[in-house]
Design a protein around this ligand. Structure first.
Ligand SMILES: Cc1cc2nc3c(=O)[nH]c(=O)nc-3n(C[C@H](O)[C@H](O)[C@H](O)COP(=O)(O)OP(=O)(O)OC[C@H]3O[C@@H](n4cnc5c(N)ncnc54)[C@H](O)[C@@H]3O)c2cc1C
Ligand SMILES: NC(=O)C1=CN([C@@H]2O[C@H](COP(=O)(O)OP(=O)(O)OC[C@H]3O[C@@H](n4cnc5c(N)ncnc54)[C@H](OP(=O)(O)O)[C@@H]3O)[C@@H](O)[C@H]2O)C=CC1
Ligand SMILES: O=C(O)C(=O)Cc1c[nH]c2ccccc12
Length: 384
């Protein structure tokens, strides 16, 4: 079966939905293809229970519709899912679910997108469109780093995207690897559930609070980023004190400079720092290997017993596996070849939304810009 439309959007996360909504506002026909059986699958299936948006709701709204006025400033995961569900129905977006994009090729005139229909026993479909929007996200696939001896570990091993809550870890020795936003909050959750928790912090990290980041986000439009960085590093020092004595060093570059140079997001403390100071969560250095059934060896030479290891070691983009990308919109890692704000448009009508390393706020900006660009090109073609 071949189906033709104007715009093919791959991915029904916030980025794909926002793009479809913006195109629908211009009455530009579009089809959203999604490999899962629902939209916003990351939020529904691959996020822990206690997750709330770290940024205040004004920085997390998708284009054209805000959060309900009575929703909390920091929206909980379930409310965010409800918001996305109502977004989908208000804009009459009908993603084609269970459609895994296997290949997208430009044939000189239009994009031919080959799709596996996961619901119909490997049945293949082809969708054709003049424009292609990649909205498969920066978090498409979990990364579990190679650790010598991991295959012999007899305890439980999981990635942070499989963690829901710490109920079954009560009384267990659990190691969380990684101190990004997922790792730090999962460590806190485990400790709440009575797990004896350790967290690997192998490199310097900025720890901030929601309040500090909120102030920074308000100031950034008015002040240079290095000034904002200096202010908030000072605030963090006042709030948390010197964390180096607990094994947490600060990067040399400021939090928002680092974010814009490397994409690395500062870690927001949701209670973990208090637990570390109280000795209830232990900070450990890099893993050097896993020995025996349950032992993990660390860079300081110590070995400890664990019942479970949770890898909160981040994600990778998977776009390079299916996009035959003649003009190199994406680099080898599946991230844009050009940095924000030049990241979103390639040749032959291919775009990306949600790859600017700027969270939901970046997604909204991208979606508005991409839909506007497609509209201009369509008008141009009609008038000439
Ligand atoms: C745990 C977590 C919490 C976050 N919290 C915040 C926050 O509070 N604030 C903020 O601004 N940002 C946050 N982010 C960052 C970012 O905003 C979210 O990851 C957001 O969901 C990204 O939206 P997206 O649509 O780009 O990608 P995703 O939500 O990952 O959606 C991409 C979709 O594409 C689908 N897909 C992938 N490959 C294919 C394929 N080949 N064929 C068909 N479909 C495919 C996937 O199944 C998925 O549904 C968070 C990220 C994570 C991991
Ligand atoms: N409520 C919210 O807003 C939340 C937002 N998020 C967002 O989701 C995205 C993904 O976050 P997250 O899942 O935390 O992933 P990140 O990529 O942000 O963090 C991964 C962490 O794992 C560490 N790491 C990687 N490999 C190893 C290794 N081999 N040994 C030890 N440590 C390792 C990294 O440290 P190193 O620097 O040393 O490589 C880093 O601390 C981010 O954008 C984040 O902001 C996530 C959770 C909640
Ligand atoms: O998840 C991201 O990468 C984001 O850009 C959103 C975000 C979550 N927590 C933050 C802390 C500081 C700046 C942005 C974020």
């Amino acid at each position: 079966m071949d189906e033709t439309t104007t715009v093919i959007i791959v991915g029904a996360g916030p980025a794909g939905l926002a793009t479809s909504a913006c195109l629908n506002m211009f009455s530009i026909p579009n089809i959203v293809l999604e490999r899962e059986d629902c939209c916003a699958s990351l939020w529904r299936k691959r996020a822990y229970d206690r997750l709330k948006l770290h940024l205040a709701k004004r920085f997390c709204e998708l284009p054209h519709i805000g959060f309900p006025p009575n929703s909390p400033k920091f929206v909980p995961r379930n409310d965010f899912i409800e918001y996305l569900d109502s977004y989908v129905s208000k804009f009459e977006i009908n993603p084609r679910y269970m459609r895994q994009v296997e290949e997208a090729i430009h044939d000189g005139e239009r994009w031919r997108v080959r799709v596996k229909d996961l619901g119909r026993d490997e049945y293949e479909e082809v969708y054709c469109g003049k424009y292609l929007v990649v909205a498969t996200g920066e978090n498409s696939e979990a990364i579990i780093p190679k650790s010598p001896g991991l295959e012999g570990f007899k305890g439980e091993v999981m990635h942070s995207n499989q963690y829901h809550n710490g109920e079954r870890f009560e009384g267990k020795d659990v190691l969380v690897v990684g101190c990004g936003n997922s790792g730090m909050e999962i460590a806190y959750d485990l400790s709440n559930w009575g797990a004896k928790t350790s967290i690997v912090v192998r490199s310097p990290v900025h720890i901030l609070s929601k309040g500090i980041v909120y102030k920074a986000m308000r100031l950034l439009p008015y002040l240079p980023v290095n000034v904002v960085d200096r202010l908030i590093v000072g605030m963090a020092k006042l709030k948390f004190g010197d964390l180096s004595k607990f094994g947490i060093e600060q990067p040399k570059l400021g939090p928002f400079t680092l974010k814009s140079k490397t994409g690395r997001t500062p870690t927001i403390d949701t209670g973990t720092v208090g637990r570390i100071k109280a000795g209830e969560i232990k900070v450990v250095p890099a893993i050097t290997g896993i020995t025996g059934d349950h032992d993990v060896k660390f860079a300081d030479g110590k070995t400890e017993h664990f019942d479970a290891i949770i890898f909160a070691t981040g994600y990778r983009s998977t776009v390079r596996r299916w996009l035959k990308d003649g003009d190199k919109l994406f680099n080898e890692d599946g991230m844009p070849a050009r940095r924000f704000p030049k990241h979103w448009k390639g040749k032959n009508g291919v775009y990306c939304v949600g790859f600017g390393q700027k969270g939901l706020a970046g997604i909204s900006m991208d979606a508005i810009q991409v839909a506007g660009d497609i509209r201009t090109l369509i008008l141009h073609e009609l008038l000439h």
